[in-house]
Write a protein that binds this ligand. Structure first.
Ligand SMILES: Nc1ncnc2c1ncn2[C@@H]1O[C@H](COP(=O)(O)OP(=O)(O)OP(=O)(O)O)[C@@H](O)[C@H]1O
Length: 327
């Protein structure tokens, strides 16, 4: 049986020194290696990991905004990685992205109405009257006044701008939203309101979410399954409750340190946050890439990369010495 969204053995490499901001550097960034997972309709998968672990690159690769160097992305059984830009167009309509701090991704000189209607114009969907009606209805659903249509994003707060960004993403009636840190930078009460709004929209519209965050608390609120990434590789994947209660990878257990105490009290295992910055993805450490920061590392970890292996149904870990409950 095919899954609704399926990512198979995905690798993304960036070559340095071929132009762009990193022109001075040489080498290959191993942004993602051997990523695989499936997502069903109406479900949420969470991607967590420190800065540079490859979360945004994975979101962008799913949406065909980054070309993988290997592997495939299937939507409803269709291999998107094989499609030309023209054949990809109807699938673009079905998949949209919401970014952190939407102000950066919004043209401050466009009105809110123009911003929400822009994807419809780009996809040549509807006429000016239907586009306007749709934008007004979406604004109302987001709890914003229709008068916002003629105002500018700079006139709104961070939380309101995030609602505008969600309305924009929903304008093409997508089935999948890649939410890239949608609540970062917002205060705690606004974060909770945006998470509740996303949850309601998911139920109403049967949306599927890929929820990207470094905040395990926010991810665990929406996601049924969580993938933990470290230097571009999956180190652990599990149903949310299992991951929180029994993290098996020492890196996952260290992320528990950042959870709010109420959530963390259900956690059997947690370790202190790893010291220092993650190593460079240009020359990732040999063996298990986490061994240089792992409090549990042994000699084998620096020479042999641990495969992702099953612990229980839906729970996999890439560690030679996975933590046991109570460790
Ligand atoms: N266009 C690009 N060109 C070169 N390197 C890139 C490019 N995009 C991402 N990278 C590199 O790929 C790696 C993964 O980056 P990515 O942004 O996916 O991580 P992330 O987990 O989303 O981090 P953050 O939480 O900071 O957004 C990083 O080392 C980053 O510098």
């Amino acid at each position: 049986m095919s899954h609704w969204l399926e990512v198979k053995n995905l690798d993304v490499r960036f070559q340095l020194g071929e132009g762009g901001i990193l022109r001075q550097s040489q080498g290959t960034i191993h942004a993602l290696s051997d990523i695989h997972f499936a997502l069903e309709q109406g479900q949420t998968i969470g991607l967590i990991g420190e800065s540079g672990s490859g979360k945004s690159t994975l979101g962008r690769a799913i949406l065909h905004l980054v070309r993988p160097s290997a592997g495939e992305v299937f939507l409803n059984g269709m291999n998107l990685t094989k499609l030309s830009e023209q054949k990809m167009r109807p699938y673009r309509q079905q998949m949209q992205m919401v970014f952190q701090d939407p102000f950066d991704s919004m043209n401050a000189r466009m009105t809110v109405g123009q911003i929400i209607m822009e994807p419809l114009l780009l996809q040549r969907l509807g006429n000016s009257s239907t586009r306007r009606h749709k934008a007004e209805a979406l604004l109302e659903r987001m709890g914003l006044d229709r008068r916002a249509m003629n105002r500018y994003p700079g006139q709104y707060s961070g939380g309101q701008r995030q609602r505008i960004a969600i309305a924009r993403a929903l304008s093409t009636e997508p089935q999948l939203l890649v939410l890239d840190e949608p609540t970062s930078g917002l205060d705690v009460s606004m974060q909770a309101r945006i998470l509740n709004l996303l949850q309601d929209l998911q139920k109403e519209m049967g949306l599927s979410y890929v929820f990207i965050s470094h905040d395990l608390g926010a991810v665990s609120y929406l996601a049924q399954t969580i993938i933990v990434l470290y230097l571009g590789r999956i180190v652990e994947v599990a149903p949310t409750a299992t991951l929180i209660a029994t993290p098996a990878h020492p890196y996952t257990a260290s992320l528990m340190d950042a959870l709010p105490p109420m959530v963390r009290q259900n956690t059997a295992t947690h370790l202190p946050m790893p010291v220092g910055e993650p190593p460079s993805p240009v020359n990732p450490p040999s063996g298990c890439a986490f061994h240089t920061r792992c409090p549990k590392a042994e000699a084998r970890c620096s020479s042999e990369r641990p495969p992702l292996q099953d612990l229980s149904p839906g729970h996999q870990v890439a560690c030679h010495f996975p933590l046991q409950v109570g460790n």
